[in-house]
Design a protein around this ligand. Structure first.
Ligand code: GDP
Ligand code: MG
Length: 313
């Protein structure tokens, strides 16, 4: 259904959306298989929950859950829809899952409206095909094909595994070309930290470009959900006092600017209010320090540091 895309490794973000019980978690688990990176089901404040990081020879995709768009229609107001549209706007591709045994209802209509406004390619996953006779799959496709301009429609069974790999392949095919964000064997239940650190680092590089080429590390010291606020404390690592001075700036102006910009980005990313406390620490040759690299999720020294860097440099 889609145009063929050129070769090369792809990487990016996929939002997995749909009403409760359509099979999103089952799908993510099936796709990740035994190479589980992250699958967490604990309730969180953050709107964009990372479900998993999936590695394939063709690339890497980070799967998000965006609970904001599953809210029932009656409790929605314009602002909530705008928030949902914004969080969908942060991903590269949307995977909208529906249950073929359920009727298209108000909940689906709401998801549809959000997706129509977000202007992102949407792949439709018609799930639970194991529960209907094969010929009815075509009816299901017909029932949905005009609801939205889908990039592709994939009938599947997350439970039996039918077409799960295909759905993964097609999602990957719609991601932008690029190197993996995570080291391939990156295992953690706190992937948000990684992205938050990257966003801070990105602002450091952006604001100090001339003076601090490629020397900045960011360490997330704490990451706590507190009501509808997320409190984050992070250290920016400098290798020398002179660099520390640049990072802090006159009267703290540079650090303040880095913090303000990074916080805004993190708030959009997490879909929640954020308190961001930033510190600058001098750690000589931090890049040779295994413990620091471990904390940053880069572990076991050598060769790893380069694995996480491509995106923002
Ligand atoms: P979520 O709320 O969208 O994350 O849905 P879950 O993944 O938790 O699945 C909800 C229920 O649907 C569970 O009982 C699953 O076992 C079941 N389920 C998920 N996918 C399929 C499928 O492809 N076929 C069938 N028959 N059941 C499925
Ligand atoms: Mg679920």
């Amino acid at each position: 259904m889609s145009a063929e895309l050129p070769d090369g490794r792809r990487t990016g973000f996929v939002a997995v959306v749909g009403r409760p019980n359509v099979g999103k978690s089952t799908f993510v688990n099936a796709l990740v298989g035994t190479k589980v990176s992250i699958v967490s089901d604990k309730p969180q404040t953050t709107r964009n929950r990372i479900l998993a990081v999936v590695n394939r020879p063709a690339g890497q995709m980070v799967l998000f859950d965006t609970p904001g768009i599953h809210k029932p229609e009656h409790s929605l107001n314009r602002r909530m829809v705008e928030t949902a549209v914004r969080s969908i706007g942060m991903v590269d591709v949307v995977f909208w899952m529906v249950d073929v045994t359920e009727r298209y209802g108000p909940g689906d209509r709401h998801v549809r409206d959000v997706l129509a406004r977000a202007k992102r390619p949407v792949l439709l996953g018609l799930n639970k095909i194991d529960r209907i006779p094969k010929p009815q799959i075509l009816n299901a496709i017909d029932a949905y094909r005009n609801r939205l301009e889908f990039a592709e429609i994939v009938p599947l069974s997350a439970l039996s595994g039918d077409n799960v790999a295909l759905a993964g392949e097609r999602l990957l095919a719609h991601l932008p070309l690029g190197d993996a964000l995570y080291p391939e064997d990156f295992l953690t239940d706190r992937p948000e930290r990684f992205f938050v650190a990257e966003m801070i680092r990105e602002q450091v590089l952006h604001l100090t470009r001339q003076e601090m080429p490629y020397v900045t590390g960011v360490l997330i010291e704490s990451f706590k959900e507190d009501g509808d606020l997320v409190r984050i404390e992070a250290s920016i690592l400098a290798e020398r006092d002179s660099q520390k001075a640049i990072l802090i700036g006159k009267g703290g102006s540079m650090l303040k600017e880095i913090g303000t910009r990074a916080r805004r980005q993190i708030e959009t990313f997490l879909g929640t209010h954020v308190y961001l406390g930033l510190f600058v620490k001098v750690r000589e040759r931090w890049r040779d320090n295994g413990a620091v690299l471990d904390e940053m999720g880069l572990g076991e020294g050598e060769g790893r540091a380069s694995a996480k860097r491509p995106r923002h440099e």
